[in-house]
Ligand binder design. Structure first.
Ligand SMILES: [Zn+2]
Length: 177
């Protein structure tokens, strides 16, 4: 497997494309408002240091599904989901993608999918989290992916609670890459 990077805006800012083969998506580029950075990106693309790739629908959908499962969907933009989707697609093509991001939700979904990521120092999550809906009255637990917002037993408003946290080892630290 060949190592490659999938960069979000911070990854591009920190010139992650100078490390290994690097990819990003058109959705991420749309989030770059800074003109200087935008020019730098054009330069990197022209030199072949940064490849911009669309993501196939099935992989975007898989990223969305997993984000719904982990409870991160509401905090992820289309650009965020496109990075996870692209990493899934690259993995399927036999690459070894590493997502370069400072976004905790992207990291959480990535870790849930078994995808590698790196973050700038101090911006890596140490735990992966799994969220669930719970009734504070009768304690009934419901997957976050359900459309319910009230308990089917007693009608109380459901709360989002942490189902479990898992310690992540040797992951997400730039210094370990
Ligand atoms: Zn209840």
């Amino acid at each position: 497997m060949r190592l490659c990077y999938v960069l979000d805006v911070i990854g591009i800012k920190l010139r992650g494309y100078l490390k290994e083969r690097a990819y990003t998506t058109p959705w991420v580029l749309k989030e770059i408002k800074n003109e200087l950075l935008s020019e730098a990106v054009k330069g990197a693309v022209a030199q072949g240091l940064l490849r911009v790739r669309e993501v196939r629908k099935e992989f975007l959908e898989k990223a969305r599904e997993e984000a719904r499962e982990t409870g991160d969907l509401a905090s992820l933009s289309e650009a965020d989901l496109s990075l996870i989707g692209l990493a899934l697609e690259l993995r399927e093509e036999g690459e070894e993608p590493v997502i370069f991001t400072n976004d905790f939700s992207i990291q959480n979904v990535a870790s849930s999918l078994g995808l590698s990521y790196v973050a700038p120092p101090g911006r890596a999550i140490r735990f992966s989290a799994k969220w669930i809906l719970k009734c504070p009255e009768c304690g009934i637990k419901i997957p976050l992916s359900s459309d319910l917002n009230r308990c089917p037993e007693c009608g109380s408003p459901l709360r989002r609670v942490l189902l479990r946290r898992r310690l992540l080892k040797d992951r997400g630290d730039l210094s370990s890459v």
